[in-house]
Design a protein around this ligand. Structure first.
Ligand SMILES: *Cc1c(COP(=O)(O)O)cnc(C)c1O
Length: 389
């Protein structure tokens, strides 16, 4: 296989980056290096740096290099879950440091910062960074700014360029959780982010069969720290999980194009539906995030949320009566999922905070999969009828 050219496209990178044929046999797929340790030719001499599999594993290296290439980054470091990846960045903080995060982050990220990191003496503030003076929200000396864009479940977008520029002026590092957008539609390193993070559990793997995470950076110094943390803490993914994720990645660009076509079509259909109160999908001109999304995203994907008319009981009935949309947490797989944030993913957020954030009782979140669009629409239509009672 030829080495990737400088300008190779994302589809080509997804299939080839970090994955030359295996040198001893020519195997086209990166093998699952299911080994905990490696023979050394003489004491202290390791072949290709391979001493022990917590520190280094070729299947993991291929995955790290492939994702880094997709994000336009120099380095990728994989972890055993998305939260393991969040934790690796959080471990760079020290008592007295301050973290400023967008207000609408993944619940597990909020819990890690608020319940684990803050008690260690790090101040963690969660702020709606779209509607506030950044000089006040991100004061001089802030150590880390955490951005998730688009957010979950309201699909709010933050202006990456404006916030990253301001954060850097204040002396902060910036991490962007790019799980929802994927590098196919948004590449935060291009806006100057110091870290990009993914729960590879979602779109990157895309088949709902692996839990994993990754951090990508362009900085050699930050990469060195991340590798030190990866090896010292040990939250590493196993070779099978890396293999499955690499296999999923190969179709990322094709899957995302279909998620995008069906997501957009369903969002447009819901906007005109008489039993729908409101639709969140930033590629709709009526969405308040439309302008920011146009600036920094080349597409959006399959995440759509909407408010069903009626009470919570009706919403519960709706999400229990779909056939192809499986009632489940998580997102980003080839199969369609449906969930009710108020009593599922966001049940731990107190009702008054949910109301403040705009998470109504009737808010339904769809992860639109890549089944035939006509079947998905018919499935939702029969749920509108079934939930009418
Ligand atoms: C799922 C998710 C995470 C956490 O990842 P896990 O792989 O479940 O640990 C972090 N951020 C976002 C946006 C997510 O959707």
């Amino acid at each position: 296989m030829a080495k990737l050219t400088e300008g190779a496209g994302l589809g080509t990178r997804a299939i080839h980056a970090g994955q030359p044929p295996e040198p001893t046999t020519g195997a086209v797929m990166v093998p699952v290096f299911q080994t905990s340790t490696y023979a050394q030719p003489s004491p202290g001499v390791a072949l290709g740096g391979h001493e022990y599999a917590r520190t280094c594993n070729p299947t993991r290296t291929a995955l790290q290099d492939c994702i880094a290439s997709l994000e336009g980054g120099k380095h990728g470091v994989c972890f055993s879950s998305g939260l393991g990846a969040v934790d690796a960045i959080a471990r760079m903080l020290r008592p007295g440091d301050r973290v400023v995060s967008g207000d609408d982050v993944y619940g597990g990220t909020w819990r890690l910062f608020k319940k684990i990191i803050e008690p260690m003496g790090v101040r963690c503030d969660f702020i709606d960074l779209n509607n506030v003076a950044l000089e006040t929200a991100i004061p001089e000396g802030t150590r880390l700014v955490w951005l998730e864009s688009p957010t979950n479940p309201l699909l709010k977008c933050f202006d990456l360029q404006v916030i990253i520029d301001h954060a850097h002026k204040a002396g902060a590092l910036v991490a962007v959780d790019n799980t929802f957008a994927t590098p196919i539609f948004q590449r935060p390193l291009e806006f100057g982010a110091d870290f990009v993070l993914h729960s590879t559990t979602k779109y990157l793997n895309g088949h709902s069969d692996v839990v994993g995470g990754v951090v990508i950076t362009n900085s050699d110094a930050l990469h060195e720290q991340l590798c030190f943390i990866q090896n010292s803490v040990g939250a590493v993914p196993g070779p099978w999980d890396c293999f499955l994720t690499l296999r999923g990645l190969k179709t990322l660009h094709v899957r995302m194009a279909q998620h995008q076509r069906s997501g957009m079509a369903i969002a447009e259909w819901l906007v005109d539906h008489p039993e729908v109160e409101r639709v969140h999908y930033p590629l709709l001109p009526s969405d308040p995030n439309y302008e920011i999304a146009q600036k920094q995203m080349s597409g959006f994907g399959g995440m759509v949320s909407f408010v069903l008319k009626g009470d919570l009981a009706r919403a519960e009935k709706f999400v229990s009566s779909t056939r192809y949309f499986t009632l489940a947490e998580s997102l980003g797989g080839v199969e369609s999922l449906i969930e009710l944030p108020a009593i599922m993913t966001h049940a731990s957020v107190p009702p008054e905070n949910r109301a403040e954030l705009g998470i109504d009782d009737g808010l339904i979140r769809l992860s639109v999969g890549i089944e035939d669009l006509s079947d998905l629409k018919a499935d939702l239509e029969q749920a509108f009828v079934a939930s009418r009672s």
